[in-house]
Structures are given as structure tokens and as C-alpha cells.
Design a protein around this ligand. Structure first.
Ligand SMILES: Cc1cc2nc3c(=O)[nH]c(=O)nc-3n(C[C@H](O)[C@H](O)[C@H](O)COP(=O)(O)OP(=O)(O)OC[C@H]3O[C@@H](n4cnc5c(N)ncnc54)[C@H](O)[C@@H]3O)c2cc1C
Length: 590
């Protein structure tokens, strides 16, 4: 087995750490390495035209969804992506030859079900691989074998697992699940409602303000659903998650496992007020009708982006890779007129949507003199510090955990498909790891979420080999003393992570064929995520995830009021709902 994989490693080291996968043919394509990647009718899309009805900057999955809905509604749309591969942070890349990694984003849950259905993503090739069980927390203990905690959708089984640590917690768990489910059901419709424009509530005529008040209706409805429980739920969203979990449970492994969802991707500890809000994002998705479930995408996360791109292209959208937008063309009235590419080409369009971050959109792509100073200032002040270093690892065998050793045949066991939580024995450990990072030092016992998607999707790696995704925190974007995140610092941190894994699964280090280390600055450089941040505040309404069809900034409007709008609700041609503030578009005349 190892020999087979060893052959794949040839020539590997020359490419590691460069963050530069092999190049694919120019022009647009659906996925690295996919044969016949050009779409059937790509002929017309081969040539970038000089004018479209709409241009989307960036082919992240949200940009692609926006393009699909626009084109479906009859708006001639082009998507311009600067990288050689479509999908933004939802991509599959073959960093190590033969190993296909979901290089950044790796689990699916938050894709809105109506997008899945309306874009016919299944017909366009999307296949999801749900996980059950879904969470595995092995412990480091002075007993042999050490214990572990396995959570799944079978409640009786899950309660038996929890009972190893506390009978009381096992009994409380179903009630906790249904309590959280109540909050999710109430808030779920808000994901499909336009965000409330709080400024509009205090501006304009009485009539305009009353109209703006209507935007509060979904919120009020959510409040009514929560009913008398509202204060308890309010506490979940605002209190530290440790406080909430302490009210429900006594066993540390369970609390720490649940707390990971409240801090993942955020520079926050379980003791940070508001961490419950992050938790909510991670329990409010669904997969194939199962609330809160997360799963893998067959072929890696890039297969999702490909399916969306196929849907958009099937309606006639033109999608181009390696087309970096250099700036947005604005008229004297401040309205978008198109974009200029880095190669000097200009593409005219009355509607420009930016899928790039607010920082790139407003600080790099939009002429600064056209923007109000206080608006620019607000964009500069957005906190984008990320605690995350993603490490993608190619291994020649499955990790064998002391708490659940592999069978002789080395085949995947149920826990291998889970999110495997390491250094999660108790919430105090998570807090310690966080505290180190707040002082500018990478955690010495980082919180690690280890996933092995190839356990369910063997095609991701050569036979017998596996791809391992390590979502780790806490690593500060800026190291103490202004020390750079250079090769030495990156490798030192990755070695710390590997040492930790080795303690739970001896033999892991020897199984490693190659690794791709993405610190916060790497995530910024490669994916354009400011500070490497996983969730941008403006995209946070719908969580860190693959969900909101247009967490996309509309530039056809006077820029300061640009905001995220759920585009699937729209049908063009476009008109601003409110002549003065331009906060939202509705169907109507141009
Ligand atoms: C390490 C990591 C792990 C994550 N894991 C998960 C997960 O498991 N599940 C989950 O649901 N979410 C996860 N997320 C979050 C999720 O990936 C993002 O929220 C999501 O991908 C955002 O999608 P987007 O389309 O809005 O933007 P992006 O994916 O950021 O896409 C923006 C696109 O714009 C392009 N662009 C930027 N500037 C220009 C320009 N000038 N010209 C042309 N194109 C440009 C970029 O290249 C990029 O392709 C993760 C994020 C990170 C960083």
C-alpha cells in the first residue's frame, strides 16, 4: 500500500509550499485535472465580449450562484475570475500529485436547499456524502485504551457514548438538541430575507421609514416563533458558549466537543461572549433534509463550484478563469459602467457585482475618490483577524487512533468519516490555545479538526492512500514582534500540529507523503480572504459557508449603501426600490 502511494510522491517536494498547483489550459474550465472541462456550449463563452448586462467579479461559489440566477432570469452575465480555477475558497486542487484536496472549505451544510433544487445541482453533477456518525473526540488519558466520544444521528447510540462520561449529560442531550433546533427553526427563514437596513429606519420621510420598518417583519416573526423562550435564546446568542454549556452538561469532553462549533473559524474562545452565535451557524444548515448535518462533496468542494458553474453555463452565462479585474469603471454619477481587466481589456456593463471581499472591492478595485471617506474608513476598520491555519496532508494509510485502533485490513471505520476533534479534552484547553494566539504566538496545543474525506470518497487519493484535512487554530495573522510567517514559522507550526496528532494516532507522522500549509497570510494571498478570515462580517448573515447565493456586493448602486442581497429573489431588469438610498433592488424597470 505504502509503495503504491510512494510512487505518487515523486516530484512532490519541488511543488510543496509553493501554493502553486500545476497549470491547466488557459480559458475557463471547471476543475483542475478534469478532462473535457470546457462546457458543451463553451464556444460562445470562449471569447470575452465587450459588453454584458451584468459582470460578476470573482467565481467563488457565491459569485457563480449569482451568475446562474441572473442568467436564468435573462440577464446576459459574465463571470471573471482571477485564479486559474473556479470556486474561490470552495475548490478542489491537486496539490500533491494524485491527491485531490478541498483546499480551503471542506464540508457542506449551509447551501440553501432552494439553490440546490432551483439550479438543479444534482443534474449538474453535485453528489453529497452525508456522514453518520459525524463527530469523534478521542482522548489522551492515562488508561488503556483511552476513551473517545462518538456522536451521530442515532440518539440512543449517542446517549450511550455520552453516558461513558456522565449519565446526567446523556439524559440531557436530547433536550439540548431540541432546544437548539427550536432556535434554528425560528432563525432559518432570516437567511432568505434581505438584511435589515438599520440606517434607513431613521432616514427619509415618514412613509419611507414605515416602508423600511417592513424589513423587520421576518425578525418579528422569528421572535414570535421563539415565544416565551426568547430570553433563553437571546442568552445563547450573546453569552459565552461555555456558560450555556455549563447550564446543560457536566462532562468536559462533551462540552469541549460542542464548543468547537462555537469557536471554529473565529478568533474566539469558548469564554468569549457571543460565541454561541458562531455555534448557531454551524448547526443551522441541512443536508438532504437533515437539519444540522454536514457532509462531504464527492470529488471535493470544487465539485460543488463546478456544478454551479455548469448550471450557470447551461443557461448561457460566460465564465472565465485567469481574468483578474483591475478596477471598476464608474461614471460621473458614481454608477458602475463595467470593469477593466489587468490585461487592459474593458468590459462594459450596467450592473457589476463583486464576489471579492469588501476590502478588495472597495479599497483596491473602486476608485477611492468616488467613495465617501467615512465609508472607506469603515471598510478599513473591519476586523479580519483569522485564527485558522489549514493544513492539507497526503498520507499513505489511515490514521489509527489509540482510542479506536484500525482493523488489520486498514479499511475505514465509522469514526474515520467524522470531524475528528483533537486537543478537545476540555474547554479550558481551547481557551489556553486561544490565549496564546492573542499574545501573537501560535497555540502549542492547537484545536484541531481532522477530516478524512477519502474515507467516504476513495477517488480523492490513490488506492490505499488518503487526504487529510486539518483545520487548526489558533494561529495569529500577525506573529509577536512582527516576526514573519516565513517557511520556518509555517513548518514549525505544522510540526507542532503533527506532534499532537502523533500522540493520538501513533504512526501518523510516518504516513505523511506531503503537506500544504496555509497560514492566515497564505489564505489571504491565494484566496483573497483578508487576514485569511473564514467568515467576513458582511457574509456572516449566512454563516461561514457555502450558502448565500449572493453574498455579493452590488455596485450598480451608489456605493456606500451597497449591501448583500439575496439575488435569487430578484428578477431583472433591475430597479432600486428606493430612489434615494438605493438599499435594495426589486424587479421593475431599468
Ligand atoms: C480554510 C477555510 C475553510 C473553510 N471551511 C468551510 C467549510 O468547511 N464549510 C463551509 O461552508 N465554509 C467553509 N469556509 C468558508 C467558505 O469557504 C467561504 O465562506 C466561502 O467560500 C465564501 O465564498 P464566496 O463565493 O462568497 O467568496 P470566495 O470563495 O472568497 O470567492 C471570491 C472569488 O473572487 C475572486 N477574486 C478576488 N479578487 C478578484 C479580482 N480582482 N478579479 C477577479 N476575481 C477576483 C477570488 O479569486 C475568489 O475566487 C472555509 C473558509 C476557509 C478560509
Amino acid at each position: 500500500m505504502a509503495g503504491h502511494c510512494g510512487a505518487m510522491a515523486a516530484g512532490l517536494w519541488a511543488r510543496l509550499g509553493t501554493g502553486c498547483p500545476s497549470r491547466w489550459p488557459r480559458g475557463w474550465h471547471l476543475s483542475p485535472g478534469l478532462r473535457g472541462a470546457r462546457l458543451a456550449h463553451a464556444g460562445a463563452a470562449d471569447r470575452l465580449q465587450r459588453e454584458y448586462d451584468a459582470v460578476v467579479i470573482g467565481a467563488g461559489h457565491n459569485g457563480l450562484v449569482a451568475a446562474a440566477y441572473l442568467q436564468r432570469a435573462g440577464v446576459r452575465t459574465a463571470v471573471l475570475e482571477k485564479r486559474h480555477v473556479l470556486g474561490g475558497a470552495a475548490v478542489t486542487e491537486e496539490i500533491v500529485p494524485g491527491f485531490k484536496f478541498s483546499r480551503a472549505s471542506y464540508l457542506l451544510s449551509l447551501l440553501r436547499p432552494q439553490i440546490y433544487a432551483e439550479l438543479e445541482l444534482q443534474r449538474h453533477g453535485l453528489r453529497v456524502l452525508p456522514r453518520d456518525p459525524y463527530s469523534f473526540t478521542p482522548l489522551l488519558e492515562d488508561r488503556s485504551p483511552p476513551r473517545s466520544l462518538l456522536l451521530g444521528h442515532d440518539m440512543a447510540q449517542t446517549q450511550r457514548q455520552i453516558a461513558q462520561f456522565s449519565q446526567k449529560d446523556a439524559q440531557a442531550y436530547p433536550e439540548y438538541e431540541s432546544f437548539m433546533g427550536g432556535l434554528v427553526s425560528a432563525l432559518d427563514p432570516l437567511l432568505d430575507a434581505p438584511p435589515v437596513d438599520t440606517a434607513a429606519l431613521g432616514q427619509g420621510s415618514l412613509l419611507q421609514r414605515l416602508r423600511a420598518l417592513q424589513a423587520l417583519r421576518p425578525l418579528l416573526r422569528a421572535g414570535l416563533v421563539l415565544g416565551w423562550q426568547l430570553p433563553r435564546y437571546y442568552e445563547v446568542l450573546t453569552a459565552p458558549i461555555s456558560k450555556i454549556l455549563d447550564q446543560w452538561f457536566e462532562s468536559e469532553p462533551l462540552k469541549a466537543t460542542l464548543a468547537t462549533d462555537a469557536v471554529i473559524g473565529a478568533m474566539a474562545s469558548p469564554h468569549t461572549p457571543g460565541s454561541g452565535y458562531v455555534l448557531l451557524h454551524h448547526v443551522m444548515g441541512e443536508l438532504e433534509g437533515r437539519r444540522g448535518a454536514w457532509g462531504y462533496v464527492a470529488g471535493g468542494m470544487g465539485a460543488l463550484s463546478q456544478a454551479i458553474a455548469r448550471a450557470a453555463a447551461a443557461w448561457g452565462a460566460h465564465i472565465f478563469a485567469e481574468k483578474a479585474v483591475c478596477h471598476v469603471l464608474l461614471g460621473r454619477d458614481g454608477r458602475a459602467q463595467g470593469v477593466a481587466l489587468q490585461d487592459g481589456t474593458e468590459v462594459r456593463s450596467k450592473l457589476v457585482l463583486s464576489n471579492a471581499s469588501p476590502q478588495i472591492t472597495f479599497l483596491e478595485l473602486t476608485p477611492q475618490e468616488q467613495l465617501p471617506k467615512d465609508f472607506v474608513q469603515r471598510i478599513r476598520q473591519v476586523d479580519t483577524r483569522s485564527p485558522v491555519t489549514k493544513i492539507n496532508v497526503a498520507v499513505d494509510r489511515l490514521p489509527s487512533f489509540l482510542a479506536a485502533p484500525n482493523a488489520r485490513d486498514g479499511q475505514p471505520l465509522p469514526h474515520h468519516q467524522c470531524s475528528i476533534h483533537l486537543n478537545c479534552e476540555d474547554t479550558h484547553l481551547l481557551h489556553q490555545a486561544f490565549t496564546e494566539a492573542t499574545h501573537g504566538y501560535p497555540s502549542t496545543r492547537p484545536m484541531i479538526e481532522l477530516c478524512i474525506p477519502s474515507a467516504l470518497d476513495p477517488g480523492l487519493a490513490p488506492r490505499g492512500c488518503h487526504v487529510v484535512s486539518l483545520f487548526t487554530q489558533y494561529t495569529p495573522s500577525m506573529l509577536a514582534g512582527g516576526w514573519p510567517w516565513d517557511e520556518q514559522a509555517r513548518n514549525a507550526y505544522a510540526d507542532t500540529v503533527f506532534d499532537c496528532i502523533e500522540a493520538y494516532a501513533p504512526g501518523f507522522k510516518a504516513s505523511v507523503i506531503g503537506r500544504d500549509i496555509l497560514t492566515p497570510p497564505d489564505l489571504e494571498r491565494i484566496f483573497g480572504l483578508p487576514g485569511g478570515v473564514e467568515h467576513l462580517p458582511w457574509r456572516d448573515v449566512s454563516g461561514p459557508a457555502v450558502l448565500r447565493p449572493a453574498s455579493t456586493i452590488l455596485l450598480g448602486l451608489p456605493v456606500p449603501n451597497s449591501q448583500l442581497v439575496p439575488l435569487w429573489k430578484w428578477s431583472p431588469p433591475w430597479r432600486r426600490s428606493d430612489g434615494s438610498s438605493g438599499t435594495q433592488c426589486r424587479p421593475g424597470g431599468p
